[in-house]
Design a protein around this ligand. Sequence first.
Ligand SMILES: NC(=O)c1ccc[n+]([C@@H]2O[C@H](COP(=O)([O-])OP(=O)(O)OC[C@H]3O[C@@H](n4cnc5c(N)ncnc54)[C@H](OP(=O)(O)O)[C@@H]3O)[C@@H](O)[C@H]2O)c1
Length: 343
Amino acid sequence: MPTSLAWFYHQTETAYALVMGQQTTPDPANLQEDNVLVAIEAVSLNYRDLIAWKNLAGRQVSGRVPASDGAGTVVAVGRAVQQWKPGDRVAGCFFPRWQSGPFDLSNHQYDLGGNLDGMLRQHAVMHEDAWVRIPSHMKTLEASTLPCAALTAWYSLVSRGGLRQGQTVLVLGTGGVSIFALQIAKRMGARVVITSSDDRKLERARSLGADHTVNYKTHPQWSEQVWKWTEGRGVDHVVEVGGPGTLEQSMRSVAGSGHIALIGVLTGFGAPSTSLFPLLARNVTLNGIYVGPRDEFVRMNRFFEDHEVVPVIDRVFSMDDVPDAFAYLASGQHFGKVVIQVA
Ligand SMILES: NC(=O)c1ccc[n+]([C@@H]2O[C@H](COP(=O)([O-])OP(=O)(O)OC[C@H]3O[C@@H](n4cnc5c(N)ncnc54)[C@H](OP(=O)(O)O)[C@@H]3O)[C@@H](O)[C@H]2O)c1
């Protein structure tokens, strides 16, 4: 039986180690009739992969292939598959079964790199509806960044938030979700304020179109800067990736009838130590976000094509250096995305 390379989570006493191994290569001639075999070329990492690796949320992932986000080229298709052919360039869907419409809790049983094997392997087989076409202007490597971070930013701001031209958006930090949020918001004609712990990263954000920047380390009460920038009105949308440690400043930054997309846990899973009353007083819409469905992924890719959005990749690691790639993401030095070249 031919085999191909894959990485696996291996349980240790307190967390998981990353271990390289082999998987049986799927036989192209024996695919299930609605399945598609893809040669994975690149994988991108998300903070969520650190959560699994460091066991921050108590998830059981022992033996699983890590990473939700991968892109590659179709090698073979089952006999009933209509929409793909060998040679097509595709990216996988974070939730392979969430095709459209509202989120159903059953999707949590089928998340890549969590309950299902992820993409850190040379070959992946999934149902034909679990893949989307890569925007034509993007390299496959670039498209590996789309399934989680980009779709989360799009689903937050556009699908659920109804972002309109001329509105204001607050983006926290310069990680994967946040830089996509900046790029999308600028292409939609919004004005963007972004925070970071690093002035050099803020400079880079300005070169991507950020209208205003705030260093959240030197300005711990950063909502005051946001408030001044909006001339005492507040922002229309907050891309809230911080969680309990940033929510107070986010609530102080949002406008009346504004929108907070609650996305992340960069400051942990605990409870915020602040009153939630500003949400009521400001008539805020609070949207809990967990990535997004496939039809919004397709819509986003069309928008990216029309507006020539190119993902910002900070650094590319080789398939041999996966633990270094995880450690680099954990160090927080990156701006945008960290990618692993699989093939
Ligand atoms: N709900 C969902 O669907 C969904 C999807 C994707 C991600 N997420 C969550 O969203 C968060 C971001 O994910 P990601 O993959 O984009 O992470 P990432 O790329 O690892 O982003 C890390 C960056 O976040 C910034 N950061 C860290 N602590 C911060 C703080 N207290 N205030 C402001 N910024 C801070 C830092 O930027 P600077 O270096 O510029 O300071 C850091 O470099 C994570 O919690 C992740 O689990 C949720």
